[in-house]
Design a protein around this ligand. Structure first.
Ligand SMILES: [Zn+2]
Length: 468
């Protein structure tokens, strides 16, 4: 655990309050089992994250079935020389497709490609499509898509390889890792006793390395089984096999308000640092979905020296990291697919926002030693992309928040376990709060709980805090 561990509250604190956000049915189910209670206490600190209709036990069982060793077998198979670098339309690419289809068939996934097959053909290329049907007829047209491209660059050319060309480019990270994770996710959904409310499409894209051909084709043409179904959220797994320093790059989190908070909630136990990247460029299969106005997230563990070279091999893949990223992906997809509320609406502004905007939003304000400190000693800036999570941009030295460990860039999510609705809400509640407030903060994609003892008196005699 990192240094933020010391900011967490002791596990005994406020267990009852932490049940807020769980559905009544889940609460009843969980109370049935004291073992469950202990298990949930570990994850409850993250707040309101919990799929709504699926039993907690079922999610946990499916989630723990996502294992490094199984993913590793898929990576090793797909990145074997047998598949000759899996170039779209080539002999090796077709063989890799057959391997994926065989895995889906063994797992019992429903084919939703052309004419009852798993394949959606276009030219010499083939997407591979399988469906986990939803359990709620009222949302049966709301499709949640989780995808990964299975093609790579074959023997490489000057146009797609950093060389040396003429040798097999196994693409263990790019993107046998994403395919392996997706096969595991497909099995995890299949293992649930009840599927999530919404249907989940498991999509293996072809021709990504030739210009996102498979995911573009899917925007234009749907196989018969999917004609009436509209994607409402998509997740793209591209290169998730080289986790270093627990850093996962997250793209597209601003394509819907609140997506970032959901991802942070899904990052249970804070296993991963989520690095939110605001740039959205046409470098992977998330892009056609964003252009089609579908809220979309891509997970990626970063570039490396073996990127698009023959040396991108299986022994360099971090299988424990692949497992952690795959579990994060499963959690976020399961949550959105099963949520009782409608899926989040697409935020068109995400396409104009870049990392320069991010840096401007998060840029700290200068500290004026003569300025009044206030009760808490911090300033925040509202984020138009997620107004319910103000960003800390000034921490006054020696102030209560500084002593408690708040730092620039933290996002305030909740005060005394009640989520914020915006910066005004935060200011009002801090002004009237009692002596100590519990701040729930997001820091680099992890949830941190910090108690702050304020200086001076509340603004009005409302020491009990705001009513809800
Ligand atoms: Zn690539």
């Amino acid at each position: 655990m990192g240094p933020e561990e010391s900011f967490r509250n002791p596990p005994s604190r406020g267990v009852d309050a932490r049940w807020r956000g769980f559905g009544a049915g889940q609460l009843a189910r969980a109370i049935h089992s004291r073992a469950m209670l202990a298990c949930l206490c570990l994850t409850a600190a993250i707040g309101a994250f919990r799929p709504a209709a699926l039993a907690t036990e079922a999610i946990e069982a499916a989630r723990s079935g996502l294992r490094a060793v199984d993913a590793g077998r898929h990576v090793a198979a797909l990145a074997d020389d047998t598949f000759e670098g899996r170039e779209g339309g080539s002999r090796g690419g077709r063989a890799a497709g057959a391997y994926i289809v065989e895995s889906l068939r063994t797992a019992g996934l429903r084919p939703v490609g052309d004419e009852g097959t798993y394949f959606q053909r276009f030219g010499a290329l083939r997407n591979i499509l399988a469906l986990v049907p939803g359990s709620d007829p009222s949302v049966s047209r709301e499709l949640v898509v989780v995808g990964a491209h299975y093609d790579h660059v074959g023997y490489g050319t000057a146009a797609n390889s950093y060389g040396p060309t003429g040798l097999i480019h196994n693409g263990a990270d790019d993107n046998a890792s994403g395919v392996a994770g997706l096969l595991e996710i497909a099995e995890a959904f299949k293992s649930l006793p009840t599927p999530p409310r919404r249907p989940v499409l498991i999509a293996f894209w072809d021709g990504e390395e030739k210009g996102l051909l498979g995911s573009w084709h899917f925007q234009r043409a749907r196989p018969g089984a999917l004609v009436d179904i509209r994607p409402v959220f998509s997740l793209n797994l591209d290169m998730i096999g080289r986790l270093r320093g627990n850093r996962v790059e997250v793209y597209g989190a601003r394509s819907a308000a609140g997506l970032r908070r959901r991802l942070v909630g899904a990052n249970r136990a804070g296993a991963l640092d989520l690095i939110f990247d605001w740039d959205i460029v046409d470098d992977s299969d998330h892009y056609p979905f964003v252009v089609s106005r579908v809220p979309t997230v891509m997970l990626h563990t970063g570039l490396h020296d073996e990127y698009h070279r023959p040396s991108d091999d299986v022994h360099l893949v971090n299988l424990d990291g692949l497992e952690a990223v795959t579990r994060l992906a499963f959690d976020i997809v399961a949550e959105i697919a099963d949520a009782p509320e409608p899926p989040p609406a697409f935020r068109a502004a995400c396409r104009d926002e870049t990392n320069a905007h991010r840096d401007a939003l998060e840029k700290p304000l200068p500290v004026d030693p003569l300025a009044p400190r206030g009760r808490w000693g911090m300033s925040t800036r509202s984020d138009g992309g997620d107004p319910a999570a103000p960003v800390v941009v000034r921490v006054v030295p020696g102030s209560p928040v500084e002593k408690a460990g708040v730092v620039d860039g933290d996002r305030i999510l909740a005060i005394d376990e009640v989520p914020l609705t915006g910066q005004e809400d935060m200011l009002r509640r801090l002004a009237t709060a009692g002596e100590v407030v519990a701040l729930r903060i997001e820091r680099r994609g992890r949830m941190v709980e910090i108690d702050v003892r304020g200086a001076g008196q509340p603004a009005v005699g409302d020491r009990a805090g705001p009513t809800r």
